[in-house]
Design a protein around this ligand. Structure first.
Ligand code: SF4
Length: 62
């Protein structure tokens, strides 16, 4: 599973707190997702981060 943060991101920072292994905040104050495949160890946290995004900005990428 891979993730992508779309233009809806409002920079609340929740995803980076829930799953810092995958999501980080840029200098512009918006989230980006790491490009690689998410490992099984952090998948639960990534799923939680995705579901917790208040504006549904986190998409799955196959
Ligand atoms: S939780 Fe959603 S809105 Fe908040 S920083 Fe992450 S992607 Fe952006």
């Amino acid at each position: 599973m891979k993730y992508f943060v779309n233009d809806s991101c409002i920079g609340c920072g929740l995803c980076a707190m829930d799953c810092p292994e995958v999501f980080e905040m840029t200098d512009a104050g918006l989230a980006i997702a790491s490009e690689g495949e998410v490992s099984d160890e952090v998948l639960d946290a990534a799923v939680q981060a995705q579901s917790g995004c208040p504006v549904d900005a986190i998409e799955n990428v196959d």
